[in-house]
Design a binder for this molecule. Structure first.
Ligand SMILES: *Cc1c(COP(=O)(O)O)cnc(C)c1O
Length: 856
């Protein structure tokens, strides 16, 4: 049982949890389903009793064998063909400041951490060789309760690592491994490394709370996202720099293969790139530029937010201080380090060091977390690639997903397991169609059961909260009748930054009341969410909701449940019929809670932002119309709130309460089934992890291996080439562009010939790619969705002094008005993208058109 408790797979394996529940059902409830705690509390007597129970032992053995098999058997990754052009990395490191794995390990604040947890679990299921790296916060994020006035109160209970499912990484002599981090002025501190087993994925958590450290430094890993600027910087240095060192120790001690690919989950982890640069400089004797190329090649950076306040920025002098003297990477030139985090774009702040910007400069691949967020990020970070159109900015997107076995109710999983032969069927629509073959009655009964369970849980939590707020039992009789298992239940739970608009539903209180108290078609709302402890505005929003929900007129139909965590999230995403999401578009990068709801047979009612913009298809839920163009925030909120009320009144409640003779809401259930079929295969984290492997990890491993060829000769050449190109680039000029042999007017299926004359200065034709840029033009004569066609040097006529001529024939895809121009970009087989170096030359201003002509 200790073996089972020590691997977090129990958190997504119902049969293992069932075994623990059997050990002692009361204790199991009392310890909130935490196996490690359970084993600490159960008596020897009870254990002896169980040991004598052959039935129990048989089931225990079966579950243990199942874990054993799960850890050893080849999975999806092991069956991928190893192709020369598509290397399979032997190991991938994943760095994140937070991980949401189970409520029993409270090391997360919200979506970013939950995503990281789901990423590791799915990687484990798929056999992807990932190692996670993070910090162990002694007080986690915080737990939330309410004051009598409805104000958020924060508590920081201390966790005891020895009571958690993890072990200390130890040297061969048994001493704990100590990771040392140097600070300026000759100080240093050490961190121990805890290893958590997430299925087959090891997760290393660094813990600075050590007796040997000065008291001030002991607290570096006290709280997630707490403390002042310097505190945060130390945390991120420990995560990035210390994290790489922890990885090295882990691999050396366990024989685990060294990672070829490093994934930064948001800018907090950015310093990992600097530590790798430092390693190459100090150990391999490379120059900074050579080390930078090698690091970039194998690094993937994921950006998670378009909200400027969500991006990590430090005062420059503070960062500089930490990278000089005896700082963490004393051997690196401070000016080069500082340049990596400089906001070089137009409205950039010269006084800050931007962690996201550094992450992007240290990574060859950068991605956002939904298609829309990819587009928003390309515009947001366009300033780092000013010579390219936003569409060419090298930021791609992999849409987030959720780990089904973590979020889907056991009843729903059982129903699914009955309808399909094995889980691999869930990778495509056909498997999901089979699941929806269950009868309407069965589906509806399951939904009612989940709603009922949420309500029972909500009443318990509400009672606890009211007692904390000072109420006596005698005053709380009404709580027994709060919420109704037959009423349409709307869920709303998330962190409370202002863009998520927790209080949008309160915009017109009378209208909301009439929805809650409707005589035939009422709704009820369950709300949860934490505001960051420093966010007074967020706390005011929570208070507004709590005060509204305290009103005896509506308190049986709307509740705020404190302390949103994974356990409450599970209950809410399973029991809600409708999941409400109304962020200020396009500020929600992806959002994942609605995906969890969809997998449980709930429906989404959401602004078309993040993932919902991509996968809402008109009939798998509802899209709240947005007033995107309205600049005045107050008016925009009013318009969007009105649209929300109207949707609920006219569509949502109508369909939910429209029952057939058997009492079933036929049209509603059709929507549920359509949701499962249309979203099921897409919203899975297994789909997401497969996308990361194929689109990002494999190419990164290929790039990294190409550079290490011939004892790093390729890397040295590439770095030298880049330096030469950068230096010579100001000498590149386009002198002339013309079109010859053109039919008038241009015909689709015809072609045009583009010629240009260039000055390449110190570069050769091998160093550049000369392209004709062709496309439709708008009224301002900018080229829209252009195509780029490479032109060839014209041999023989090139010896006119410094001039080089290029020419090419380009097929015309469409007739009518179009524009053309020419541009020059660097060219090298190891460049993965024309925009990689941020260098492009076009024929004089304006960059879009230059002296290209508009053809009619
Ligand atoms: C899923 C989840 C989130 C993320 O939800 P969003 O939709 O991205 O806001 C945050 N917190 C918890 C506890 C979750 O389970």
């Amino acid at each position: 049982m200790e073996t089972l408790a020590a691997n977090l797979r129990w958190s997504w394996h119902p049969a293992t949890r069932a075994i623990f529940a059997e050990v002692d059902p009361d204790v199991w409830e009392a310890v909130h389903h935490d196996p490690t705690q359970l084993l600490g509390e159960v008596t020897n007597e009870r254990l002896a009793q169980l040991a004598a129970d052959t039935d129990f032992c048989t089931r225990l053995r079966a579950v243990a064998d199942d874990l054993d098999q799960y850890l050893r058997e080849p999975q999806w990754y092991q069956y991928l063909p190893e192709e020369p052009e598509r290397t399979l990395p032997q190991s991938i490191a994943y760095f994140s400041a937070e991980y949401g794995l189970t409520a029993a390990l409270p090391q997360y604040s919200g979506g970013l951490g939950i995503l990281a947890g789901d990423h590791l679990k799915s990687a484990s299921d798929l056999g992807v060789p990932i190692i996670g790296v993070g910090l162990l916060y002694r007080h986690g994020y915080f737990s939330q309760s309410l004051s009598p006035e409805g104000w958020q109160l924060e508590h920081y209970p201390e966790i005891d690592p020895r009571g958690l499912p993890m072990t200390l990484l130890a040297e061969t002599n048994g001493d704990p491994v100590g990771i040392v981090l140097d600070l300026p002025e000759g100080r240093q501190f050490i961190a121990h490394v805890w290893v958590v087993s997430v299925g087959r994925v090891p997760l290393l958590l660094l813990d600075a709370c050590q007796e040997r450290n000065e008291p001030e430094l002991r607290s570096v890993t006290d709280r997630l996202y707490g403390g002042g600027t310097e505190h945060r910087l130390r945390q991120e240095l420990l995560l990035g720099v210390g994290g790489v060192r922890a990885l090295r120790s882990y691999c050396a001690l366990t024989g685990h293969p060294e990672p070829e690919v490093f994934h930064m989950n948001e800018g907090h982890a950015g310093f990992l790139g600097l530590e790798r640069v430092r390693e190459y400089v100090d150990v391999e004797g490379l120059t900074f530029d050579q080390a930078l190329e090698l690091t970039r090649a194998g690094t993937v950076f994921t950006t998670h937010t378009p909200v400027p306040a969500g991006i990590d920025r430090f005062p420059r002098d503070l960062v500089e201080h930490h990278f000089t003297g005896t700082g963490a990477a004393a051997s690196l030139p401070a000016d080069r380090v500082m340049a990596l985090g400089t906001e070089t774009y137009e409205d950039g702040d010269p006084a800050v060091f931007n962690m996201a910007v550094m992450g992007m400069r240290l990574s060859q691949s950068v991605n956002g977390v939904s298609t829309l967020h990819g587009q928003v990020s390309r515009e947001m970070f366009h300033g780092l690639w000013p010579d390219f159109d936003p569409i060419e900015v090298p930021i791609t997107a992999v849409t987030n997903g959720v780990h089904a076995r973590t979020w889907v109710a056991e009843e729903a999983q059982e129903l699914a397991d009955r309808m399909i032969d094995d889980v691999t069927e869930l990778a495509d629509i056909e498997g999901w169609r089979k699941i929806t073959g269950a009868s309407d009655r069965e589906l509806w009964e399951m939904r009612r059961l989940l709603r009922e369970r949420l309500i029972a849980d909500a009443r318990k939590r509400l009672r606890r909260s009211w007692k904390q707020r000072g109420a006596t039992e005698a005053e709380l009789g009404w709580i027994d009748d709060v919420l109704d298992p037959d009423i349409l239940t709307v869920g709303f739970a998330r962190r409370v930054p202002s863009y998520k608009r927790l209080t949008l539903m309160l915009r017109d209180r009378e209208r909301l009341k009439s929805l809650l108290l409707h005589p035939e078609r009422p709704i009820q709302i369950v709300i949860a969410g934490k505001a960051h402890p420093a966010d007074e505005g967020g706390k005011r929003l929570i208070q507004e909701v709590v005060r509204f929900a305290d009103d005896p007129e509506v308190r049986h139909r709307i509740v705020f449940l404190p302390d949103y965590d994974m356990a409450l999230a599970r209950a809410m995403v399973q029991g809600s019929d409708v999941w409400l999401n109304n962020p200020l578009r396009p500020l929600e990068a992806c959002g994942t809670s609605g995906m969890k709801v969809a997998l449980n047979g709930g429906l989404n009612l959401s602004v078309r932002d993040g993932w919902w913009d991509e996968w809402f298809d008109g009939s798998n839920g509802w899209a709240i119309p947005t007033a995107d163009g309205v600049a005045e925030p107050d008016r925009r909120d009013s318009l969007e709130a009105a649209a929300l009320y109207e949707l609920i009144e006219e569509q949502v409640t109508g369909q939910f309460y429209d029952r057939d003779k058997a009492g079933l809401p036929k049209r509603w259930l059709e929507m549920v089934k359509h949701t499962l079929v249309s979203l099921g295969p897409k919203v899975l984290a297994s789909r997401m992890v497969r996308d990361y492997v194929n689109e990002l990890y494999r190419p990164a491993a290929v790039s990294a291996r190409l550079l290490t060829r011939d004892g790093l000769a390729a890397d040295r050449d590439f770095a030298a080439w880049k330096q030469r190109v950068r230096r010579a680039w100001p000498g590149v000029r386009i002198e002339h562009v013309e079109v010859v042999d053109m039919e008038e007017p241009p015909q689709a299926g015809g072609e045009i010939t583009v010629r240009t004359t260039l000055v390449l200065g110190d570069l050769t034709p091998e160093d550049v790619r000369v392209e004709a840029v062709l496309g439709r033009v708008d009224e301002e004569e900018s080229i829209l969705s252009p195509t780029f066609s490479e032109l060839s040097p014209v041999r023989g006529k090139t010896s006119q002094g410094p001039l080089t001529r290029y020419q090419g024939s380009i097929p015309l895809a469409r007739a009518g008005r179009c524009g053309y121009t020419v541009r020059v970009v660097p060219k090298h087989p190891l460049l993965t993208n024309p925009a990689e170096m941020g260098l492009a030359v076009v024929p004089g201003p304006p960059p879009g058109m230059g002296d290209g002509m508009v053809l009619r």
